[in-house]
Design a protein around this ligand. Structure first.
Ligand code: HEC
Ligand code: HEC
Ligand code: HEC
Length: 347
């Protein structure tokens, strides 16, 4: 009998030990899983950061011009929920937009959470490397130098004071993007004929959701916005009046080679046909890309941006995390290669 009691004790002991071991190893397992989760979150967030935030906050979160650094101890030690709110809702009256889908932005709640994890736990050197690998390291801002003689000439034009004031605002607030490859140039006849003054003012006030173009209504006064519009509207008159205006560099041109097109076709066949059709003719799921209208209206930079960032709230995926910049370039070259033979409108 005693023997059986002893066996019982031993068996119980073994069970308790085994159970204890299981609990400990479960804790360890969870800790490792949490670590792995954090690494994955940071990797996913780095792609989102590269596309959406680096242009203002810098590739390594160092801050650019009057945009604050995100690589700070106060932020690392802040309450995660507070940072989540800042990113989701934006900072009213500043160019820091509301990013959450719930607030009209483009990022899911989960993506905002991942960004918070990045801000609080990432090594910013790794983030900078990822931003650079994706091709989103911000270019050096350029400002347009206008000497006093030219400024006097501008002021002598009809509406000259407004134009000169608008130029000054453009230099300070807009040239970092619009005189670099980050944004389309604003000094083109195409833009002037496409957009009325009211439309220009609306875009500048409200911004273009889901892009770097923030709304300026909080940061600039109504008068300042009117002056910038007057400046954009009269850009060509400046040169006609003999004012020498330095021109912004043209948007990047893709040098289309047969190899690039072939690379793009390979990717297109695998990734895009099921929605856009085998020759870009469109399907019930997605619009035609092989159409004169679309190709004429959409510059290469815009096609690249759509492929990289996707179209929010539609099934058009964002490819930037999955494709390199070279891949996106190749896809754009392939899509552009349809232009000479594209039907006038989608079929
Ligand atoms: C158009 C430029 C711009 C973009 C793009 C931008 N920000 Fe900001 N951000 C700002 C500015 C400007 C501020 C500071 C506003 C103020 O308080 O004056 C700011 C503030 C912040 C703050 C608060 C910093 C602090 O110290 O409290 C966080 C966090 C932040 N941004 C995160 C992000 C994230 C994440 C993204 C990308 C999803 C992003 N920002 C994109 C301009 C930008
Ligand atoms: C942080 C970068 C950035 C800054 C700063 C910026 N923009 Fe933009 N802007 C963009 C981008 C990117 C687009 C293109 C958005 C899109 O894809 O539709 C754009 C688009 C525009 C457009 C529409 C152009 C078109 O062809 O439809 C206007 C007008 C404009 N911006 C004016 C301004 C003005 C004025 C300022 C300064 C007060 C300014 N932007 C500052 C990035 C910026
Ligand atoms: C799951 C379906 C799906 C896949 C896969 C897909 N797209 Fe799309 N795409 C869409 C939808 C839907 C739209 C239209 C979004 C909208 O309503 O603006 C779109 C829009 C676009 C546009 C803008 C068209 C326009 O008229 O403004 C481009 C460019 C584009 N896709 C390129 C691509 C490329 C390149 C690939 C492959 C790497 C791809 N898409 C894969 C669904 C898809």
């Amino acid at each position: 009998m005693n023997r059986w009691i002893a066996v019982g004790f031993i068996a119980t002991g073994v069970l308790v030990l085994a159970f204890g071991y299981l609990i400990v190893s479960e804790d360890e397992r969870q800790a490792t899983a949490a670590e792995r989760q954090q690494t994955d979150d940071i990797a996913a967030a780095a792609d989102v950061y590269a596309i959406n935030c680096a242009a203002c906050h810098g590739a390594a979160g160092e801050g650019i011009a009057n945009t604050p650094s995100l690589a700070t101890d106060p932020l690392r030690n802040a309450d995660a929920e507070t940072i989540h709110k800042t990113i989701s809702r934006g900072l009213y009256g500043t160019v820091m937009a509301a990013w959450s889908v719930d607030e009209g932005g483009t990022l899911s709640n989960r993506q905002v959470d991942q960004l918070v994890t990045l801000i609080q736990h990432a090594d910013w050197d790794d983030v900078a490397n990822q931003v650079s690998a994706l091709g989103y390291t911000p270019p050096e801002p350029e400002t347009i130098e206008v000497d006093t003689a030219a400024l006097d000439q501008i002021k002598a034009l009809p509406n000259g004071t407004a134009i000169a004031n608008g130029l000054e605002i453009y230099n300070r607030e807009c040239s970092a993007c619009h005189s670099t490859e980050l944004a389309p140039p604003l000094d083109t006849p195409e833009l002037r004929s496409r957009l009325s003054d009211a439309e220009l003012a609306r875009i500048i006030n409200e911004g273009v959701p889901g892009t770097l173009m923030a709304g300026w209504q909080g940061a600039l006064t109504a008068q300042e916005i009117t002056d910038v519009v007057t400046f954009i509207r009269n850009y060509d008159q400046l040169s006609q009046a003999g004012v020498e205006m330095p021109t912004a560099p043209p948007p990047p041109e893709i040098e289309i080679t047969p190899e690039l097109i072939a690379d793009g076709q390979k990717l297109y066949d695998i990734l895009c046909t099921q929605c856009h059709g085998s020759i870009g003719q469109g399907t019930p799921l997605a619009p035609a890309l092989n159409a004169q209208q679309f190709l004429a209206d959409t510059p290469d930079a815009a096609i690249m941006q759509i492929i990289a960032g996707g179209v929010p709230d539609t099934i058009m995926p964002a490819w930037s995390g999955r494709l390199t910049e070279a891949d996106i370039l190749a896809l754009t070259a392939f899509i552009r290669s349809w232009e000479p033979t594209a039907p006038p409108v989608a079929q």
